[in-house]
Design a protein around this ligand. Structure first.
Ligand code: SF4
Ligand code: SF4
Length: 317
């Protein structure tokens, strides 16, 4: 069901159910500079999480009995304590997601990264906005497609997305412009057929994600006079039933400075939670899993509830 929300009506209120996932942004340094990057990451960025904060993360995971540590950036693997953190979380039995850009797997000094991820049983979630070269290179940079394909082949060789293997490799699709992603399942079939026939590549699932009209993408849209029309598209496609599944209901996002936000998008907008803990260390004192905590919502949230819905785990419907 699509809503008929009047233009002035704010995004509906949302409350947390129970916290299961800690999503940590380890820093903004990245070896790529994609046009849709909502964190403005790039090789020139210096921001990185301090060692004292990294060391707090396993304590928080254990204290709150969290199921999942979701690592993002920038390229999270560029953080000098990335491997140490992954090992500590896996020792606790916590599932670890690495939001991997694939080209990092062939960066000098990271050639053994894929082997490490496989040995640790890390779930890899990798952006591949198309199964064809032209669009990937346009959105993510010249030469990215070829290196991404090489990265996927390497992961497959190590057991990722292979029959009977527990190693999970998911791909992320986002549209090239200001439009909603198509339905996830039929697109997954197309991806599977295209990547298998052209490159012999297998993957576990395709996750479709809506482009958030914030940061670099919002500035590009503004420049093209497309920002307001796109915001209208998202608002007009709002589906109230998606509110039950938005990721902020079970996730909390930690910035490289240790500040807490209700999701990575709010983090990039510096939109802090209205109440509750503010810093990573405060989570050590939480007793109720943040149940019923109000989420800080704003107009960009329509990007999560439009159409089939969108989250870091793909479509919500
Ligand atoms: S790989 Fe990811 S973090 Fe890096 S620039 Fe691209 S979208 Fe941003
Ligand atoms: S943008 Fe963040 S706070 Fe808003 S609905 Fe989506 S996940 Fe929740």
């Amino acid at each position: 069901m699509t809503s008929t929300l009047p233009e002035t009506l704010p995004f509906p209120s949302v409350h947390r159910t129970r916290l299961t996932t800690l999503q940590v942004n380890l820093g903004y340094r990245c070896n790529q500079t994609c046009s849709h990057c909502h964190v403005n990451a790039g090789p020139w960025r210096k921001e990185m999480m301090a060692r004292e904060l990294i060391e707090l993360i396993p304590e928080v995971l254990a204290r709150l009995d969290l199921h999942c540590l979701d690592l993002t950036g920038g390229a999270p693997e560029l953080h000098p304590q990335f491997r140490e953190l992954v090992s500590a979380a896996r020792d606790l039995g916590v599932n670890v997601i690495d939001r991997c850009n694939l080209t990092i797997l062939s960066e000098p000094g990271h050639e053994d990264l894929a082997e490490f991820l496989a040995a640790m049983g890390v779930r890899v979630v990798a952006s591949l906005p198309c199964y064809e070269q032209e669009r990937v290179d346009l959105q993510r940079g010249q030469g990215v497609y070829e290196r991404s394909i090489a990265g996927l082949k390497k992961l497959n060789r190590l057991g990722y997305a292979q029959p009977g293997s527990p190693l999970q490799l998911d791909l992320v699709y986002n549209p090239s412009g200001p439009s909603l992603p198509p339905a996830q399942e039929p697109l997954e079939v197309q991806y599977r057929e295209a990547l298998a026939s052209s490159h012999g590549i297998a993957f576990s699932h395709l996750l479709t994600i809506t482009n958030m009209p914030i940061q670099r993408f919002a500035r590009d849209l503004q420049h093209q006079g497309q920002l307001e029309p796109y915001q209208r598209v998202l608002r007009e496609a709002h589906r109230p039933d998606n509110l039950n599944a938005v990721m902020c209901r079970s996730l909390i996002s930690v910035s490289w400075t240790g500040a807490l936000y209700d999701c990575d998008f709010n983090q990039q907008l510096n939109l802090a939670s209205g109440s509750g803990p503010r810093q990573l260390a405060d989570l050590l004192r939480v007793v109720d899993g943040l149940i019923d905590q109000p989420i800080a919502v704003a107009d960009h949230c329509f990007g999560c509830t439009a159409g089939n819905g969108s989250s870091c785990g793909g479509s919500l419907s």
